[in-house]
Design a protein around this ligand. Structure first.
Ligand code: MEV
Length: 448
């Protein structure tokens, strides 16, 4: 497998020393308090968005007409809130990260974690080559071992045939990398030989390329095996296409009013260990990670079901469903965090280039390659996870949810958009977050 420790798209950060080298800072203090139009104006300036692109955010993204051309039986669109996560400093560069999600606290939480991680120099992220796996299922084979050896002996011929399917990917340096055989002598339908085509899809997610390639080579593979081909499809367990993000947070930065930094660091490490050993906890732990990663997938028009499938299958790769992260206290007493997961995402093809909001999101993100996008997503997953386990290991998860909950209660009381923050603030101050009380405060504000 390709070495994950070496490939990243920018120079790694050197513990904060190069923080100021970044031309633009994603630190936007008070961003959350600004009006919607001010926020869009700030992001527009940051990302050089045109008036049309700003209108996509504020007025109309995907139209019903466009949507109806994207899928069969289309009857309209459904909307999700889109926000930007601030404070991300990855491989020496600042990013504003678009995220689409309905859960109120996700963006605030991930931005707060990214700010903390910034204090330790930000994230270092890497990826393997973007190698996907296409599977061919072979049955009715007289001898599995002989078939596997014959297929291996014709590897070069098969890879050349696969490469003829997507000349543009091959021209960009991608294409077939290897052929593997995996015998299953005992299955519910008898012996089976599975052939893997390993295929580098470069900046595409690659589902079409890999499916086309395995469909093209399957007849010859079946002939070589003296058996019969059944399924020919990519695998979503893309464990040759991994992203890794790491960070170190100085213990002192974790201190709260009630707890020392060392204590918080230790309790975060304990929280991670809980998810390492217990699948019941790991499912929730990894769900929190995917809160962030899915939101970036959705914002950028990537296939979040593929990413979900890959992440959870990878989490169970050792036969025991476990945490995707490692958090531990390092030799200096600081908190070290790491995530590794498959991230088969693309920056060409699919909805990234069709969906108007995804196109604007990609412009805000300003990534040059699928590898860079995968690195960002890994960082978002790590930061999202830190936010959750830090909250649970200190004040509890409900504490941070209160402001968002108060906003939703204010909205449920019929508060107009420009007064939601004011009403929510009052509900929190009164420690009385109820719709009835929100209505009373709203009336008082209107009469004043
Ligand atoms: C909620 O959407 C996500 C959390 O449950 C994640 C976790 O427990 O780690 C808070």
């Amino acid at each position: 497998m390709t070495d994950l420790s070496t490939k990243h798209t920018h120079a790694p950060s050197d513990n904060g020393a190069n923080k100021t080298d970044s031309p633009k800072s994603s630190r936007l203090p008070g961003f959350y308090k600004k009006s919607l139009t001010d926020r869009v104006a700030m992001v527009a300036k940051w990302a050089d968005l045109s008036a049309e692109e700003q209108a996509v955010l504020l007025e109309q993204g995907l139209t019903a007409g466009q949507a109806a051309n994207m899928i069969e039986n289309g009857i309209g669109t459904t909307e999700l809130p889109l926000g930007v996560a601030c404070n991300f400093f990855i491989n020496g560069r600042d990013y504003l990260i678009p995220m689409a999600v309905e859960e109120p606290s996700v963006l605030a939480a991930v931005s707060a974690s990214a700010k903390l991680i910034r204090e330790g120099g930000g994230f270092t992220a890497t990826t393997t080559d973007p190698v996907m796996i296409g599977q061919i299922q072979l049955l009715d084979i007289p001898d599995l071992e002989v078939a596997a050896a014959t297929i291996q002996a014709h590897k070069e011929e098969l890879m050349a045939q696969a490469n003829q399917c997507s000349p543009s990917i091959v021209a960009r340096g991608g294409g077939a990398r290897d052929i593997e055989t995996r015998p299953f002598p005992d299955t519910p339908v008898g012996p089976m030989l599975i052939v893997h085509l390993l295929y580098d899809t470069r900046d595409a997610m690659g589902a079409n390329a890999i499916n086309t390639a395995v469909e093209a080579i399957a007849p010859r593979v079946a002939e070589l095996s003296r058996g019969r081909a059944n399924l020919r499809i990519l695998s979503n367990l893309t464990d040759r296409r991994l992203a890794r993000a790491v960070c170190t947070i100085p213990a002192a930065a974790l201190a709260t009013k009630e707890m020392s930094g060392a204590q918080v660091a230790r309790q975060i490490a304990e929280a991670n260990a809980f998810a390492v050993v217990d699948p019941y906890r790991a499912a929730t732990h990894n769900k929190g990670i995917m809160n962030g990663i899915d939101a970036v997938c959705l914002a950028t028009g990537n296939d979040w079901r593929a990413i979900e499938a890959g992440a959870h299958a990878y989490a169970a790769r050792n036969g025991h469903y476990s945490a995707l992260t490692d958090w531990h206290v390092d030799a200096n007493g600081d908190l070290y965090g790491e995530i590794v997961l498959p991230l088969a995402v693309g920056v060409v093809g699919g909805a990234t280039k069709v969906h108007p909001t995804a196109k604007v999101a990609m412009k805000i993100l300003n990534v040059q390659s699928a590898a860079e996008l995968a690195q960002i997503m890994a960082c978002v997953g790590l930061a999202q996870n830190l936010a959750a386990i830090k909250a649970m290991a200190t004040v509890g998860i409900q504490h941070g949810h209160m402001r968002m909950h108060a906003r939703q209660v204010a909205m449920a009381a019929g508060t107009p958009d420009d007064l939601v923050e004011t009403i929510a603030e009052q509900l929190i101050n009164e420690e009385n977050i109820r719709v009835e009380r929100a209505k009373e405060i709203l009336n008082m504000v209107r009469e004043a």
